[in-house]
Design a protein around this ligand. Structure first.
Ligand code: ZN
Length: 287
């Protein structure tokens, strides 16, 4: 049996898991500590790997927010992690003396879900993550589709040409509407004073009508972005992950309605992510 380490590097935490055949056998979560700089973050990455790895691992798979060069194993400039032009694969290879592969964190999420989660019965899967940003990934015949390198960056498709400014330089991106900041803006316009999507979720759970409306409107915007993806790719299924997806029961109805209203043919299935740590499992499955 082969064992791999899957690593999911994020702006808040670094998650590592010892994985075999899609099952996490042990797991470690350490703080990224981005403010302490590159050296500290890399030390935390090493700690995370050290705490789960066994002697006989066959490789380490790394998932990290892009842009990155997956072929060369270099993190180019990840906005939320201080690892610039960072040759992570060669550094980890040197330290652990094993094969190392790198890919975008959302690609890893989608691969994990396709192989072992909601997408396991489908040959053409799109993954969309809703959190600090909006991420996307394409998995075709159980393999990540990269295009030239950056296929699936759906978060920066324009949904509203005169909309809010996005960090990519564009305006009215899918991400400006459907990220945490996007849903907080919808809440603000409705007079709801909240600081995180979780607070809106808690209010909705307490039957707050305004909070429920916020999720309904959010679902409509989400439906616009997803319809564009369906028109471009017509995948068998779209899997929704990320923190905001936990509010599925509050936005999925308006999301589906928004898609049906806009799509002139039978739309792709849209499902909620099934795995708790799809990013770790997907990173370990890069091999
Ligand atoms: Zn953008």
């Amino acid at each position: 049996m082969s064992y791999y380490v899957g690593l999911d590097i994020g702006g808040t935490s670094i998650k590592a898991g010892l994985v075999s055949k899609g099952k996490i056998l042990s797991k470690a979560v350490v703080k990224t500590q981005t403010r302490k700089g590159t050296k500290a973050v890399f030390r935390n990455i090493l700690d995370a790997i050290d705490s789960v790895k066994t002697k006989d691992i066959s490789g380490i798979g790394v998932g990290c927010p892009g842009p990155l060069d997956y072929k060369k194993g270099v993190i180019i400039n990840s906005p939320n992690v201080p690892l610039k032009n960072f040759k992570i694969c060669s550094k980890l290879k040197k330290r652990f003396n094993t094969k190392v592969l790198l890919d975008n964190d959302v690609n890893c999420f989608a691969l994990g879900e396709t192989l072992y989660g909601s997408g396991k019965d489908f040959s053409f899967v799109v993954g969309v993550t809703l959190g600090t940003g909006v991420g996307g990934a394409i998995v075709l015949d159980k393999k990540i589709y990269h295009g030239r390198s950056n296929a699936g960056e759906f978060g920066h498709m324009t949904i509203k040409y005169d909309g809010e400014y996005s960090k990519c330089g564009n305006t009215g991106c899918f991400e400006t509407m459907c990220s945490a900041r996007g849903i907080l803006r919808i809440a603000g316009l409705k007079g709801l004073k909240v600081r995180s999507p979780k607070e809106i979720y808690d209010l909705a759970t307490n039957k707050d009508k305004v909070a429920k409306k916020v999720f309904e409107e959010y679902g409509e915007y989400l439906g616009i972005g997803l319809t564009n993806i369906i028109y471009a790719l017509d995948p068998k299924v779209i899997i929704i992950g990320g923190n905001i997806s936990l509010a599925w029961k509050y936005f999925s109805k308006s999301m589906k309605k928004s898609i049906s209203k806009r799509c002139m043919f039978e739309p792709s299935k849209v499902l909620k992510s099934e795995l708790r740590f799809a990013g770790i499992i997907g990173a370990a499955s890069l091999f």
